[in-house]
Design a binder for this molecule. Structure first.
Ligand SMILES: Nc1ncnc2c1ncn2[C@@H]1O[C@H](COP(=O)(O)OP(=O)(O)OP(=O)(O)O)[C@@H](O)[C@H]1O
Ligand SMILES: [Mg+2]
Length: 306
């Protein structure tokens, strides 16, 4: 049985098709990331899986429980950190966590033990007694992640959990999530490509409500990037050489003695030899590995906007 399974899952808002027939299979214990440009349908998909929004068509189940027919069964198994954090501003960290614990039917001892652990992990212990309304954005987000984890759920939905976090806090959360791999099923969305690359076992890229690419980070990089690139650090490039390169290769970028050449079948040695033959000094030259960001931009044709 898969942890998350959808079949032609669709959500329409009037004439707008936000999610357009998505088929997803996320295995138990898998860390799966949904990537996609703003408005691609990531949050809408998560909201349907968390029983917060009714699908227009298609089905979805979490650990075999249908999200429309038995939402109460689904809600018992999941933890959610929504894109827009929902916290009680007048309560402190302990009280917010206790509230969620109560919803999940935990005893106060259980809640206390788990809260202590999570507040420590999220670096919130020294502010745990402060009302949430006094918190910074990043602190609220960290509390929101703690709230998703407090019931020790089997399936976690984290919608941009690390948005706006400082590098240290982000690393802490990555470490924690990496530690949950294999034990919990995690569906993550993020606009940070290095985060998706570092954490995900598989990635689904969605655009305009459809899954347009699916695979491990490595598979996406090897199979989808047609264009190779190399970076050359040079001196005394002439206009003539530049024009020559421009006519031969798909794309050329130049900045401060750094030349980047993109082409399908890039001939590394040929390029270096050519530059030498034209009297150009080459300090260094290296082929570049494609990144997940390259994949994202190639697939969706859009630049990241967050
Ligand atoms: N309640 C709603 N009513 C009408 N349209 C909505 C509603 N919620 C979302 N949409 C629309 O559905 C589409 C998908 O939105 P969604 O929030 O799922 O995108 P997303 O992939 O999460 O984007 P982001 O990266 O910006 O968070 C958008 O065009 C959005 O305007
Ligand atoms: Mg979203």
């Amino acid at each position: 049985m898969n942890a998350v399974q959808t079949f032609k899952l669709t959500k329409e808002f009037d004439s707008l098709v936000a999610v357009n027939g998505i088929d997803l299979e996320i295995k138990k214990g898998e860390l799966f990331s949904l990537l996609g440009p703003n408005g691609a349908g990531k949050t809408t998909t998560i909201r349907m899986l968390c029983c917060l929004l009714k699908p227009t068509r298609g089905t979805a189940s979490v650990l075999g429980h249908d999200v429309v027919r038995v939402p109460f069964a689904v809600k018992k198994l999941i933890g959610v950190s929504p894109q827009d954090t929902i916290l009680s501003e007048r309560l402190n960290c302990w009280e917010n966590l206790a509230l969620i614990g109560k919803v999940h039917g935990l005893s106060s001892n259980e809640v206390k033990g788990r809260s202590e652990e999570l507040l420590e992990t999220m670096g919130l212990m020294d502010r745990a007694k402060d009302q949430v309304r006094k918190f910074s954005g990043g602190m609220k987000r960290r509390l929101s992640i703690a709230m998703a984890l407090v019931s020790d759920p089997q399936v976690l939905f984290l919608d941009e959990p690390t948005l706006g976090l400082d590098p240290q806090a982000r690393r802490n959360i990555w470490e924690h999530m990496a530690g949950l791999k294999g034990k919990k099923t995690i569906l993550l969305t993020t606009h940070y490509m290095e985060e998706a690359d570092f954490l995900s076992e598989r990635i689904g890229i969605i655009d305009e409500g459809r899954v347009v690419a699916l695979g491990t980070p490595q598979e996406l990089k090897t199979n989808l990037i047609e264009m190779r690139s190399m970076v050359v650090s040079t001196e005394n490039l002439t206009a003539e050489v530049i024009a020559d390169l421009q006519s031969k290769y798909s794309r050329l970028e130049m900045a401060k003695g750094r030349l980047k050449i993109y082409h399908k079948d890039l001939d590394f040695k040929g390029i270096v030899d050519y530059l030498h033959s034209r009297g150009v000094t080459v300090y260094s030259a290296a082929l570049e590995q494609p990144t997940l960001e390259d994949v994202f931009i190639q697939i969706t044709g859009k630049k990241l906007r967050d």
